[in-house]
Ligand binder design. Structure first.
Ligand code: PLP
Length: 401
């Protein structure tokens, strides 16, 4: 009898077999399963804005469709989007970018993927500060390179140039820096960022700066893009940018990379043989996002700030929890060790107890390389946040030593 699909013992390639499935998506699945039972779930898991995409951006997409912009585009993006990106960086940061350095991608994630796979392979080490966004080590692993983690707990999760210098070996090819950070919300001060880039440049190491939360920074911390660094510090730097968070456009899958022309050329080759180009319609929407007044971003930022201020204060009143104030993004990353040691041993146990006893979804810090912490997204309404913190308090009170 002929072999059927279900009979085949499928064996993934060695590159893929080494990868782990996304643990943040696993948390999303758990929340969905619980919601399906009719439970009143407070979901503080998703790294996704709870706002709708602003109307003028959707209108630009609709107009592009009507005008027939429904075909393939150049791999690196339409001229209009490239010009919008260059114009935005010049207006906002005084940074000058040539079209040969700009590439439109299907989200910041693809920009990071392109950057890593064009640069790294077997034998290479890639430095990743902890806590890290879950995708970083998996892309590195896929490329056949080895992730090497830098522990930043003792500096309050703020990466320093000294930590980077101490971690570099002759095999270090790349470092991936993410400020504002998912999950910690910490922001690297501009001068420290510059020192980090001085160290890596001097040691011949490349850098990816993931700036997907670029605009979500709360004063007195300031918005900083690595695009403003001196040209000699950008010679080995690729910036990954995204429209997903800034304009509540996660489903549109649109982002970009800014990198030296030679690196961009190689990334083009990879992209041309994988996804070709990001959606033409999303590109039109993204161009409108950058070309229009930025009031919508300011309004979202103000609301995130209101939630952050409330949340951090509230979490500091919960027994067993300690919470550093995040200066950016939309996550709190409290330490929960004060609730561990008895019945609960790990932050995964704590997250699991929250889910079972209080129908509240958070993400275990171990998924981001930091056991003893949980990540809570405040990209949800104040009312749900208040309810979530109340539930967390009830569980924490039970286990706090
Ligand atoms: N980088 C970080 C730190 C993120 O948190 C995310 C999304 O969650 C991304 C990159 C990728 O975003 P996108 O691919 O939607 O642009």
């Amino acid at each position: 009898m002929a072999e059927t699909a279900s009979d085949v013992n499928f064996k993934a390639s060695s590159n893929v077999a080494r990868m782990q499935p996304s643990s943040t998506l696993a948390a999303m699945q758990a929340a969905l399963a619980l919601k399906a039972t009719g439970a009143d779930v407070v979901d503080l898991g998703p790294g996704e804005p709870d706002f709708d995409t602003p109307a003028h951006i959707k209108e630009a997409a609709a107009a592009a469709m009507t005008a027939g912009q429904t075909k393939y585009t150049p791999t690196s993006g339409t001229r209009k989007l490239q010009q919008a990106i260059a114009g935005y960086y010049e207006r906002e940061f005084g940074a000058r970018l040539d079209a040969s350095e700009i590439m439109a991608t299907a989200g910041g994630k693809q920009a990071i993927f392109n950057a890593v796979v064009t640069l790294c392979g077997p034998g290479d080490e890639v430095l990743i500060p902890k806590p890290y966004w879950v995708t970083f080590p998996e892309i590195v692993t896929f490329a056949g390179a080895t992730p090497v983690f830098i522990d930043t707990e003792e500096t309050g999760f703020c990466l320093t140039a000294e930590q980077v210098a101490a971690a570099i070996t002759p095999r270090t090819r790349l470092i991936i820096v993410n400020s504002p950070s998912n999950p910690s919300g910490r922001v690297i001060a501009p001068r420290e960022f510059e020192r980090i880039m001085e160290v890596v440049t001097e040691r011949g190491v490349y850098a990816v700066s993931d700036e997907c939360y670029l605009r979500f920074v709360y004063e007195p911390a300031g918005v900083f893009s690595a695009a403003t660094l001196a040209p000699e510090l950008r010679a080995r730097l690729c910036i990954a940018g995204s429209f997903s968070k800034t304009y509540a456009m996660t489903g549109w899958r649109i982002g970009y990379s800014l990198a030296p022309a030679a690196w961009t050329r190689e990334m083009n080759t990879v992209q041309s043989h994988s996804t070709s180009n990001p959606s033409s319609i999303s590109q039109a929407a993204a161009a409108a996002a950058f070309d229009s007044p930025q009031d919508c971003v300011r309004a979202m930022l103000a609301e995130y700030r209101r939630r952050r201020d409330w949340l951090v204060k509230a979490l500091r009143g919960v027994p067993g929890l300690r919470c550093v104030e995040p200066e950016g993004a939309f996550y709190a990353f409290p330490e929960v060790r004060g609730c561990l040691g008895g019945e609960l041993k790990t932050s995964a146990d704590f997250a699991d107890r929250l889910l079972r006893e209080a129908q509240t979804v958070v993400t275990d810090g171990a998924a981001f390389g930091c056991e003893g912490y949980i990540r809570m997204s405040y990209a949800t309404s104040m009312e749900r946040l208040e309810e979530g913190v109340e539930r967390i308090r009830r569980v924490a009170e039970k286990y706090a030593g």
